[in-house]
Design a binder for this molecule. Structure first.
Ligand SMILES: [Zn+2]
Length: 283
């Protein structure tokens, strides 16, 4: 197992924003104590970003001159977004070699669509990584499991109708971004009511995982959000600290290379949640 992390991910701060440096900084400190191996990510190249996004979006982020209340521009936003996307690519390369890797980076990505940023996301890290894998292995089926509490609308936007990719998302409805209420083509959505507890969540996850197993993917990319936690300030599901170990154990039942990319999770307990998730991963 590898944790992919750069100090740069903790260097930018948007005052008052929940997507804050402590998320990766405290998690790195927490995981260091467990003796897990860290590696430094490579920065994504423009051509990698263009596998999933339009030139227009790339140039917009590069300009560092745009306005979105949730997803503001900041100094070096482009460099940070490239590094986070590159880290996801590196994680996917480990998965291809059957070694689990976790990209512990920010900004997150799953709300960024082909031509849109939003929801704290500039480039869609997991989509860039999956497109990268497809460009290397054109016939290789790949699944994306999105366990962030918000629907991965950006990922769905990028892969809707792409038969090589299966997108499966469990998320709270109603909640931002308001999409994902039903399934469409290759995108399977499992909306969950506010207040959903661990028992009910894990049951739904079983159904979602069955879908993935039927698809027989060579690689599974996990959009790993931890805002399903009962203590998360941005949503209303009721998962416990230990739920993440159980989730990871279930994911481990899928016989495929696996990698995970950090999405949301805004509670101060995030390091522990990620630690529990990684503990549950069986290789
Ligand atoms: Zn989220």
């Amino acid at each position: 197992m590898k944790i992919i992390y750069s100090e740069k991910a903790a260097e930018y701060n948007i005052p008052g924003h929940p997507e804050a440096p402590f998320r990766v900084l405290k998690t790195k400190e927490f995981l260091k104590k467990t003796g897990v191996k860290f590696v430094v990510p490579n920065k994504a190249k423009e051509k990698d970003i263009l596998l999933a996004h339009t030139e227009e979006l790339l140039n917009l982020v590069k300009s560092e001159n745009f306005f979105d209340a949730d997803t503001p521009s900041f100094k070096d936003v482009y460099e940070n977004a490239l590094l986070s996307a590159g880290s996801a690519i590196d994680a996917s390369d480990y998965a291809m070699k059957n070694e689990f890797a976790f990209s512990l980076m920010r900004p997150p990505g799953h709300h960024a669509g082909r031509n849109s940023l939003g929801g704290f996301c500039y480039f869609n890290n997991i989509a860039v990584a999956v497109k990268h894998l497809i460009s290397q292995s054109p016939n290789c089926p790949i699944a994306i499991l999105d366990i962030d509490v918000h629907h991965g609308n950006g990922t769905q936007d990028i892969f809707l109708g792409d038969e090589q990719v299966l997108f499966v998302s469990l998320h709270q409805v109603p909640l931002y971004p308001g999409t994902g209420q039903s399934s469409e083509k290759n995108c399977f959505n499992f909306p969950l009511s506010p207040g959903t507890d661990e028992t009910s969540y894990l049951k739904t996850l079983d159904t979602a995982i069955e879908k993935i197993i039927k698809f027989s993917p060579k690689v599974v990319g996990i959009s790993a959000g931890f805002d399903t936690y009962e203590g998360d300030p941005l949503a209303n599901l009721q998962l416990k600290k230990n739920s993440y170990k159980k989730i990871a154990k279930k994911i481990s039942e899928i016989k495929a290379g696996k990698f995970a990319v950090l999405e949301g999770g805004y509670s101060r307990d995030l390091p522990e949640l990620i630690g529990n998730f990684l503990e549950g991963i069986e290789q």
